[in-house]
Design a protein around this ligand. Structure first.
Ligand SMILES: Nc1nc2c(ncn2[C@@H]2O[C@H](COP(=O)(O)OP(=O)(O)OP(=O)(O)O)[C@@H](O)[C@H]2O)c(=O)[nH]1
Ligand SMILES: [Mg+2]
Ligand SMILES: [Zn+2]
Length: 291
């Protein structure tokens, strides 16, 4: 019998049978215990009275570290329109990192109720739409756009990601119609810092589950992705061909991506983020972008 791990803490786990929605506490075979089990894992096992005995864990498509969630299909990357301020550089790092893990992103700009003029956002919505991303502006407080989110999620396992304080937990609470405290519990136990992480995947669309994650205030693409490869995870760059197939779009001649920037086909803000990640200064950029 196949099941999905929908709850995992240090010493406890639960699985859900996707077809029926039935939830079971588990008993883990020693090999499973030894090799590790994470929320999002697909497992094989059998029912023993009211417990699900986990015998085998299927191979993972990906495994995120903080919090630990396996087989993530979609990330709802949440940014705030205000408090905290929208940070496109941080967003571009998130987008690259999730692409690297094979996770399809949707960008949500929350707290639009705080804007005097919703047009302030239009620049960013246009930029990311042109780059080929799904992006929407919402307000968890005003229940604006929450229903639309359900339509963006196609995969089975999704996470709400983004910096601290942007409203991830608030959005999840609205989506589920229940109060979610937080997906993360941090405790100081004795000497040193001990972090206990319990991860819950909540049922959401039929057959889909979503997890909250704690906020990251900093994500650096090059922490995960070798610098030479970062350009592959800026999806609009793929529309341009460079003289050298391994072009890093910095100092090489015949760079098609730079041509794309010159022609206005690649957004200035996106290329600025890219060069900042690469630690490269291109003097022409100021001039192109001030036009
Ligand atoms: N004005 C406004 N405030 C919001 C909205 N959504 C959330 N907030 C507030 O923003 C603050 C942070 O919300 P959370 O949902 O805890 O944010 P989070 O992203 O889960 O934060 P972390 O768990 O720390 O990563 C809270 O005070 C919320 O009430 C919104 O749509 N509009
Ligand atoms: Mg939260
Ligand atoms: Zn190039």
């Amino acid at each position: 019998m196949r099941a999905l791990v929908t709850y995992r803490s240090a010493n406890n786990s639960k699985v859900t049978i996707p077809e029926s929605g039935q939830v079971y506490n588990t008993i883990l075979r020693s090999k499973v215990k030894r090799d590790g089990l994470f929320a999002g894992d697909w497992v094989e096992g059998e029912l023993n009275q009211d417990k699900f005995v986990v015998e085998r864990v299927e191979e993972r498509k990906n495994l995120l570290k903080r919090p630990p969630v396996a087989n993530v299909d979609n990330a709802l990357i949440v940014m705030a329109a205000k408090s905290p301020d929208f940070d496109n550089y941080l967003l571009d790092n998130f987008l690259a990192v999730y692409a690297y893990f094979g996770i399809e992103p949707v960008i949500l700009i929350n707290k639009i109720d705080l804007l005097q003029d919703p047009k302030e956002l239009q620049k960013w919505i246009d930029l990311y739409t042109r780059a080929g991303y799904k992006i929407d502006a919402i307000s968890a407080h005003q229940d604006e756009g929450i229903e639309r989110i359900k339509g963006y999620i196609q995969g089975q396992i999704s996470i709400l990601a983004g910096p601290s304080g942007v409203g991830k937990s608030s959005i999840l609470s609205k989506l589920l119609g229940i109060e979610i405290k937080t997906g993360h519990v941090s405790q100081k136990l004795g000497r040193g810092r001990h972090t206990t992480t319990a991860v819950t995947l909540y049922p959401f669309n039929p057959g889909s589950f979503v997890a909250d994650t704690p906020g990251f205030s900093k994500v650096e693409a090059t922490y995960f992705i070798p610098a030479r490869e970062v350009g592959r995870y800026f999806r609009e760059f793929a529309n341009f061909t460079c003289k050298y197939p391994d072009c890093t779009h910095t100092n090489e001649p015949g760079c098609g991506v730079k041509e794309g920037v010159r022609a206005g086909a690649i957004g200035c803000e996106r290329f600025k983020s890219y060069l900042k990640i690469m630690g490269y200064y291109w003097e022409e950029l100021e001039r192109i972008c001030s036009k």
